[in-house]
Ligand binder design. Structure first.
Ligand code: GDP
Ligand code: MG
Length: 372
């Protein structure tokens, strides 16, 4: 291991240690300037601060300083990237319907038909600007990703049925968005229904601290019918507006890194993973490490099943070529050779085995202590 402390990494990154301490704190980890960082922490920190740790950082102590500082990004390499949006809300309030309506009515320009397949995320084009929607199985995936420190959503669309109002999962969604520090855009849905009462939704949400702009709050409320499409364009424009204020940026000129959105074992194709690229550009034959899985990409496709040669920040892609199925929320990183990726995956696997062994022996010591 590299044995870097918070202070040392901060120095290499030309950042203040307090920024790193604060970042770790937000992930739920207490640290000081002297805390030794795990490789996973180093990766997360580097991702968060737009620094790609050199491949060697994980397995080789030599020349780390030079290598990391060589990878510190220049401001000038940062370009704006599309927002990544998650739709959350109570069951039956219309998440799936809204995702389908948006997807069907806003095909990315230049793309025709294609096989519409579910890959857990898709990208649409709104007034010439791209927006990425995560279509994960909802709260669990979101919670799992956050627990792993993966921050992938830029905006939460909170959908509330106007004939039903604020419900338990509406409140949970608000909590998730707040914990992640992500702005909420409210979609007041089903306004086509006879019993729709948007005013009630507004006051109920205001009670939860989600305050409409009209009432002096920070949250944009848009009345929609996910079923017939009414107001959906307004909603998309509002999302773009919020995204613009966030000034989301990434560096496309580096080896790709990001997060696994979904993964499964396909009988014919082997492990299949949907990746959200957060930094860099992913290329068709890149070698990557995801948790303890690794491999060289054999095929990369977009959300329409079209094969891609390259994919940039905020783009969701499906890849095959990994040796095992990674977990949703795992961070992936590209390395510049297959050999290096394999070595890093192996060293992680070894560490994992060691951690498990230590945990087991700690547990048996506890058991013994209890028996005495
Ligand atoms: P989810 O559980 O949040 O994914 O909700 P769904 O998208 O599955 O919607 C639940 C039900 O509400 C389905 O029967 C939808 O057809 C219906 N629904 C969703 N949006 C609307 C809408 O805008 N108007 C009406 N009338 N029904 C809707
Ligand atoms: Mg649904």
């Amino acid at each position: 291991s590299t044995q870097l402390s918070v202070g040392q990494l901060a120095e290499l990154m030309k950042r203040n240690s307090s920024e790193i301490i604060k970042f770790l704190f937000m992930l739920g980890n207490m640290s000081t300037i002297n805390t030794t960082l795990s490789d996973e922490d180093i990766e997360l920190i580097c991702m968060n601060f737009n620094v790609t740790p050199h491949k060697e950082i994980i397995i080789d102590e030599d020349d780390i300083e030079e290598q990391i500082s060589n990878r510190v990004f220049d401001e000038k390499d940062l370009v704006s990237r599309p927002p990544v949006v998650t739709i959350m809300g109570h069951v039956d309030h219309g998440k799936t319907t809204l995702l389908d309506t948006i997807r069907n009515s806003h095909v990315t320009s230049g793309e025709f038909g294609g096989i519409t397949q579910h890959i857990g995320a898709y990208q649409v084009s709104v007034s010439g600007k791209k927006v990425t929607f995560l279509d994960t199985p909802g709260h669990e995936a979101f919670t799992a990703m956050r627990a792993r420190g993966a921050q992938i959503t830029d905006i939460v669309v909170l959908i509330v049925a106007a004939d039903d109002g604020v419900m338990p999962q509406t409140k949970e969604s608000i909590d998730h968005a707040r914990a992640a520090g992500v702005p909420i855009v409210v979609a007041v849905n089903k306004i086509d229904k006879a019993g729709a009462n948007p005013e009630r939704v507004m006051s109920e949400l205001a009670n939860e601290g989600v305050m409409p702009e009209e009432w002096g709050g920070d949250n944009i409320f848009v009345e929609i019918s996910a079923r017939n499409g009414q107001g959906v364009d307004d909603l998309l424009e509002s999302i773009l507006l919020v995204a613009e204020m966030q000034e989301l940026k990434a560096n496309p000129k580096t080896l790709a890194s990001g997060t696994v959105v979904e993964a499964k074992l396909d009988k014919g194709r082997g492990p299949v993973a949907t990746l959200l690229i957060q930094q860099g550009t992913l290329k068709a034959a890149d070698s990557l490490v995801v948790g303890s899985a690794y491999g060289r990409i054999r095929k990369m496709t977009n959300d329409r099943g079209q094969e891609l040669k390259t994919a940039g920040p905020s783009m969701p892609v499906e890849i095959i070529g990994l040796n095992e199925v990674p977990q949703a929320g795992d961070v992936f990183m590209v390395y510049d050779s297959y050999k290096k990726a394999a070595e890093i995956a192996q060293s992680r696997e070894n560490k994992k085995i060691e951690r498990e062994r230590n945990a087991t022996s700690a547990r048996s010591l506890e058991d013994m202590a209890r028996m005495i």
